[in-house]
Ligand binder design. Structure first.
Ligand code: ADP
Length: 498
């Protein structure tokens, strides 16, 4: 839209006609003041301004327009008398396109100039728009970049704080960040830890996964730089995507050595347990058949039958205790191991337990050292189970020495302590911490002695539930001393239920 500003309506009329014929939209103002009001309200592509007007003249109007940011770029054509100085005309309006036309106006020249300035205006406007869009784009990118930097920083802080070995890599697989743990396993940031010689090469598997754009998941044994022992780790990589495109990879190595060992022990346990259960059953079956035959033949002397029965009974007892242990394990696991608590005399319990062992192990000498005539609040049968277990183990793991010492005293703290000391095969110090764990059996001796590796675990659970402590002192070839402590009963402790 073009604005014509002239105080003479007849001039406006003729100019308007010329422009409209040439398909321009036109608005008009009869004074400088009116023109300024209109310019403030709407935008024009060109202003044709009469220089000589009463009140505010054309120059003043132009000067005012140049002060408004909205309209400062609108081109102006001044209409002036022939003798007006051109320099004077451009004064005060330097930023927009400016031209002049002398009166009387020649239509062709007017249209030519209008078209040129109109085009300049449109080009300037397009340029300004493009510049604005460009600025917005730059701003947006800057923000996105800052946000990305913050996210990367955040991710790195997280990766530093986790217990795993962690790294990030570019989409092409080049490692760009590693956490502190990484450097315990690899001498350099860009190199993966070295895998066990029998395990797949990590670098190769990583490159393969990257080339196929798929996450990597593998179990691999790696070791710390200055250690010899390999630990099984789970390596897992995850892509970070932006608009469905992978921009980064995050990877972790998680130490799953303990998990692996526990799994292995459980498998081993199941196979041993089924074997252990089957052996007495087979014997029982055989004795039953023998008994059957003894009865059906004339040979049925009561002595022979009694012997078979006794042997079968022994195997039934064995089976019973195996099944009882297995049941205890499942009760502990489901939190259903029940205790029948009452106050009992500890000396009586210890003496009884030793008697039970003596009756079934005639070849063994059990030497008693010290007595504690105190009372305990707890489950008598379960504590007996612990003593029997310690004693049975002391005998079982001392194939060449059948002397076991049972020491009983009070600790400096006033708790009852029982020690079962044997002179058997012993246990090396590095195994002491694990000996009370579920399914744990010392590898070197597990083939020589029957067992499930659950007895000491059950003992530890029983003692814990009695607020006691337990442990072992032992060295290979020198025998072992297994101990447990439990609190003495006082009127106050009766009130403390586990
Ligand atoms: P089990 O005897 O059925 O294997 P336990 O839980 O009672 O299971 O014992 C766990 C392991 O601790 C045994 O396999 C054995 O290696 C070791 N152990 C226990 N008691 C003794 C002991 N008195 N002397 C030597 N080793 C022992």
């Amino acid at each position: 839209m073009i604005l014509i500003v002239d105080d003479k309506p007849e001039n406006i009329f003729s100019l308007k006609r010329i422009l409209e014929i040439n398909s321009f939209e036109v608005d008009t103002a009869l004074s400088g003041e009116e023109a300024l009001k209109k310019i403030l309200k709407r935008s024009y592509s060109l202003i044709i301004l009469d220089v000589q007007m009463p009140g505010m003249d054309g120059f003043e109007v132009a000067e005012n327009i140049s002060g408004y940011s909205k309209s400062k770029d609108i081109p102006i054509i001044f209409l002036s008398a022939v003798n007006t100085d051109k320099r004077f005309i451009t004064k005060g309006y330097a930023s927009g396109g400016v031209d002049y036309i002398t009166k009387p106006v020649e239509p062709e020249i007017l249209i030519l100039k209008v078209k040129t300035l109109h085009r300049i205006y449109e080009q300037t406007r397009d340029l300004n728009d493009a510049q604005l869009a460009l600025r917005a784009e730059i701003e947006f990118r800057k923000e996105a970049q800052t946000e990305l930097k913050e996210r990367v920083q955040e991710l790195r802080s997280i990766l530093e704080s986790i217990p795993q070995i962690a790294f990030t890599a570019k989409s092409n697989g080049v490692i760009e960040f590693v956490n502190q743990h990484w450097l315990n396993y690899s001498p350099a940031q860009e190199k993966f830890p070295v895998a066990h010689p029998d395990d797949p090469n990590i670098e190769e598997r990583w490159k393969d996964a990257i080339s196929r754009n798929v996450p990597l998941e593998m179990e691999v044994r790696i070791k710390k730089l200055h250690e010899d022992e390999y630990h099984c780790h789970l390596l897992r990589t995850t892509p970070i995507k932006e608009a469905e495109v992978i921009v980064k990879w995050v990877g972790t190595f998680t130490d799953i050595e303990d998990q692996k060992k526990a799994e292995m022990r459980k498998d081993e346990f199941l196979s041993i347990a089924s074997h252990e259960l089957k052996t007495p059953l087979t014997s029982i079956k055989a004795y039953m058949q023998l008994l059957e035959r003894a009865f059906s033949s004339e040979l049925k002397t009561s002595k022979v039958s009694a012997n078979y029965l006794q042997r079968a009974q022994f195997q039934v007892d064995k089976l019973h205790s195996l099944i009882a242990d297995l049941l205890d394990i499942s009760k502990i696991e489901s939190g259903k191991l029940k205790f029948n608590e009452k106050v009992f005399n500890f000396e009586n319990l210890l003496a009884n337990s030793i008697d039970i062992i003596r009756q079934t192990n005639h070849e063994v000498t059990i030497i008693r050292k010290g007595t504690v005539d105190k009372f305990v609040y707890g489950d008598e049968i379960r504590i007996e189970q612990v003593i029997l277990n310690y004693l049975t183990n002391a005998i079982k793991y001392s194939p060449d020495n059948k002397e076991v010492i049972v020491e009983n005293s009070l600790t400096p703290e006033g708790d009852i302590i029982v020690r079962v000391i044997d002179s058997g095969i012993g246990i090396s110090a590095d195994k002491h911490a694990e000996i009370f764990n579920k399914y744990y059996r010392v590898d070197e001796t597990s083939n020589r002695f029957q067992g499930l590796g659950i007895g000491l675990y059950i003992c530890s659970e029983i003692i814990k539930r009695h607020h006691g402590s337990f442990g072992v002192e032992s060295s290979p070839g020198k025998g072992s001393s297994f101990y447990f402590c439990i609190p003495v009963h006082t009127p106050e402790t009766t009130l403390i239920k586990p």
